[in-house]
Design a protein around this ligand. Structure first.
Ligand SMILES: [Zn+2]
Length: 72
């Protein structure tokens, strides 16, 4: 069984977070990949960062307060 543990940084699983589930990923030092226990997502640090970037785009407007609902 491969040695596994938390990586240097806690990365959020982009696949789970896309479904509004906040899960920290584990790091497999042998394969140099992060993986998620919840959804079987595996990926390199680059994959995870790219995934998180997509989510950030998607959720960007969460930080915007909409004061006008006059869309017509
Ligand atoms: Zn996941």
């Amino acid at each position: 069984m491969a040695q596994a543990g938390k990586g240097k940084l806690n990365f959020r699983c982009p696949s789970c977070f896309a479904r509004d589930i906040d899960v920290d990923m584990f790091y497999d030092g042998d394969r140099k990949e992060y993986y998620c226990l919840r959804c079987q997502f595996t990926g390199t640090e680059e994959d995870v960062l790219r995934g998180n970037e997509v989510i950030r785009l998607r959720y960007k407007d969460m930080l915007t307060r909409f004061t006008s609902f006059d869309f017509d």
